[in-house]
Design a binder for this molecule. Sequence first.
Ligand code: KG4
Ligand code: ZN
Length: 342
Amino acid sequence: MIEKDVIILGIESSCDDTSAAVIKNGKILSNIVANQAVHEEFGGVVPELASRAHQQNIIPVVQKAIKAANIKKSDLSAIAFTRGPGLLGSLVVGTSFAKSFAYALDKPLIEINHMQGHILAHFIGNDTNVYPQFPFICMTVSGGHTQLVLVEDYFKMKIIGQTIDDAAGEAFDKAAKIMGIPYPGGPLIDKFAKDGNPHKFKFPIASIKDYNYSFSGLKTNLLYFLQKEMKNDARFIENNKADICASYQHTIIKTLFKKLVKAAKDHNVNQIAIAGGVSANSLLRSELNRIGKIEQWTTFIPSFEFCTDNAAMIAIAGHYKYLAKEFAPLDIVPDARLKIQP
Ligand code: KG4
Ligand code: ZN
């Protein structure tokens, strides 16, 4: 019997990026992402505006992804979409579109957890053909989550540690807002930090139990520090931007690795991956390589286009669910707080 090609359309709309991608037998044919500039002036994502922008973007983005993949709609094996977690108004747009599209084409529908998508992005076909071996630990760091996940199989994942308040990405974005740096602040802090001294200013590392994190105190600490310094020098932020960014970034990354190293040792795991928007951070990437050598880890760092939100990660997760024949009913609804473990 000739095996049929598995061609999955992935749709992602959980936050402020509308994305569609086509994956054929695990390899990318297209991955289109439309960012939403409307949020910049507000210093964060405005849910109502995000959902409206998704409404505008979803059809052109899907059309573009299918065209760029050079396939016909009828070639698709299934439609995979992000069911959650995320902003409900944003998720509704992608979910409704995916349901209608699957119904109209009479193709199976596949629901994907956004956080599992970030992790499974490591299985998108690449030239080296090297992928993480189970079990591995993935440190998933995004604007909404900071988790240490023990990945035992494609869909058997256990959260062994997580933030008890702000996510790492939020710690970057909120600090940027305090410093008058536009949203999303993470990439800009990363950029300014390149010219700064990471040891110039000292910020505290929260001591939290087990493999958990806390980042909200760090941001408050930065705020009080800047308020104090600006009493003497109104231009303190401008004059020290690179050093502040480098010191603050260094503290976040140090905090992240402290728990990751402990979790890897305690679980006797030496395959380590990172995922999510903050995994685009240059210090996080270089530290994973440096610490990975010391700890004798095999490390997996996603390419930049698969760090921040994208539909290729949803499509690859869909590929594995398709092989497992795990399909969703047409009356499925999004879940803003969808969990990766029951
Ligand atoms: O995964 P993602 O695109 O969306 C969520 O699911 O949240 O992550 C977005 C987050 C934002 O907080 C953004 O500031 C952060 O990832 N980010 C970075 C960098 N690039 C994106 N943080 C630090 N350094 C970067 N280079
Ligand atoms: Zn994400």
